[in-house]
Design a protein around this ligand. Structure first.
Ligand code: NAP
Length: 489
């Protein structure tokens, strides 16, 4: 790089074409950077919304909030729209903002190494590319986690993970089992109950369910949104205020009243809407609401009370060719088994082999667990930025907003490179250690450690999440603290 590089001199590579990758491409173009390639391992953009196409898939963050602020969409069909619509939306944004011309589909990055001031990448097919910056937008909830249940491979029916839904498998007239009670399983039960011969949900831990009506927008409302786009900005701002002032501060221990209200609403939902007292007790969690990721649903309790749907709470002892065996000795005979046991959330860029300064690998520095300074920068891995990386805001937030804030932070560093102030940045190890210690300390006041297990917790039981409010996240990310970075001129 020359000391004051022009935009065209700076080359960027984006890895991953989900919502964060698309956002990166749009924002790069907006900032006048056109020298970039987005590598996508699959055949289409859309990330989690391409991978997750199970029945009932939707985003429980309201659609007018779960979208890019630069691309509001007056045509969302529901308050919380179906996944397929979000998938289409992401592709249409990519189209509208000229992202496709930068995308290489079907191309998985196998390795990347920082040498001589640049990143050198190699694809699985053996092609090579180079760039000054890499943007890791590979997602969090991405790699299916399969349960370690004895006999799982012996099942003779059709079996798949929720993120690998087999749409060719008929479900009508079938006995369907689903393992899990996370946000995914709750949506699937809501969609499949009453539509299959018999549905059995295998619950290890019950969940608190927040009632969330999901009204459709009328044609009149959509027309109004089209004619008055400022209405969409207002809805967005209102939701941000509600969610950031309420939920996001409640879960991190900064708003006990809001947390108490969540507890009250979820308890009322259970008491009012589950008629059978035996079933009600089976569905009653023994931990605090919002300890696990809070489930939002308008139809789960109705669905689980359907005559052809059953909640199984006996422990699973094994899977056999004919179905699931539970601790009471019963074989639950199944034709289709849906594995809704979540994701491996500690992978991030991996399995890409990433090598930073002096041959240090990501596997080595993440041997114990993944971490990154403010979730975006890894010491000794210069000019690499992670979007929705380790220990960032997760939960019932809009990850689009999170990625947006992180990308803007990255652009502030790039701007200084353009001004010739330095050519490389990576967080100082000391800065990572300090902020990580603060973060771990702050997790102690969050609801996530109040006595439940969840994917938020790392191998030590520490929440792998931003333990402060979203407001604090915005403030922290507003301007890079340059003294926290190792800079190379
Ligand atoms: P999850 O929340 O990790 O839930 C996994 C479920 O599988 C849990 O109920 C867990 O039980 C159960 N499980 C795991 N291993 C098991 C075993 N060996 N035997 C029996 N049960 C087992 O996964 P997810 O539902 O796919 O959701 C993951 C995340 O995706 C969500 O938390 C959310 O962030 C995101 N998501 C968002 C939306 C949305 O609308 N925005 C929709 C779907 C998903 P335990 O509770 O006992 O561990």
């Amino acid at each position: 790089m020359s000391s004051t590089p022009q935009n065209k001199d700076l080359r960027f590579i984006i890895i991953g074409g989900g919502m964060a990758g698309i956002l990166s491409a749009v924002k790069l173009k907006e900032a006048g950077f056109t020298n970039f390639t987005l590598y996508e391992k699959a055949k289409s953009l859309g990330g989690t919304w391409r991978e997750n196409q199970y029945p009932g898939v939707a985003c429980d963050v309201p659609s007018h909030f779960y979208c890019y602020d630069f691309a509001p969409n007056p045509d969302w069909s529901y308050n919380c729209s179906p996944g397929a619509e979000i998938y289409d939306y992401l592709q249409s944004v990519a189209d509208r903002f000229g992202v496709y011309e930068h995308v290489k589909f079907d191309t998985e990055i196998a390795s990347m190494a920082f040498r001589d001031g640049r990143w050198h990448l190699e694809t699985k097919g053996g092609d090579k590319d180079e760039a000054d910056f890499v943007i890791g937008a590979t997602g969090v909830l991405h790699r299916p986690s399969m349960p370690d249940i004895p006999g799982i491979d012996s099942f003779k029916g059709t079996m798949f993970h929720t993120a690998r839904w087999d749409h060719s498998a008929p479900l009508e007239d079938k006995r369907v089992g689903i393992i899990g009670t996370g946000s995914t399983a709750i949506q699937i039960v809501g969609a499949l109950s009453g539509k299959v011969k018999k549905l059995e949900q295998f619950q290890r831990t019950p969940q608190w369910i927040m009632p969330r009506p999901n009204p459709a927008y009328t044609e009149e409302e959509k027309k109004n949104f089209r004619e008055h786009p400022e209405l969409l900005d207002a809805i967005r701002a209102e939701h941000a205020e509600m969610s950031e002032g309420g939920f996001s501060s409640a879960v991190v221990g900064e708003n006990p009243e809001a947390l108490a209200m969540i507890a009250e609403l979820t308890l009322d939902n259970l008491e009012q809407n589950v008629k059978d007292p035996v079933l009600r007790e089976k569905l009653r969690p023994d931990y605090q609401a919002a300890c696990k990721r809070l489930i939002m649903s308008h139809n789960y309790y109705d669905a689980i009370q359907h005559q052809d749907t059953e909640l199984v709470t006996d422990k699973i002892t094994g899977i056999e060719p004919g179905g699931i065996r539970t601790a009471d000795g019963k074989l639950h005979e199944l034709d289709v088994l849906v594995i809704s046991t979540g994701f491996r959330v500690d992978q991030f860029l991996r399995p890409i082999e990433v090598t930073g300064n002096n041959g240090v690998t990501l596997e080595q520095v993440w041997k114990e667990r993944p971490s990154a300074y403010l979730s975006v920068s890894i010491p000794e891995f210069p000019n690499l930025i992670l979007l929705n990386g380790p220990n960032g805001p997760v939960g019932n937030f809009s990850l689009i907003d999170v990625a947006d804030i992180q990308f803007a932070y990255f652009m502030k560093l790039v701007e200084q490179i353009k001004q010739g102030k330095f050519t490389q940045f990576s967080a100082k190890k000391e800065a990572l250690d300090r902020t990580e210690a603060d973060r771990v300390e702050a997790t102690k006041k969050t609801v996530w450690v109040s006595g439940c297990d969840s994917w938020y917790l790392d191998d030590r039981g520490v929440p792998a999440a931003w333990p402060w409010s979203m407001k604090h996240f915005r403030e922290t990310m507003a301007e890079p603290r340059m003294e926290d970075f190792d800079l190379v001129s």
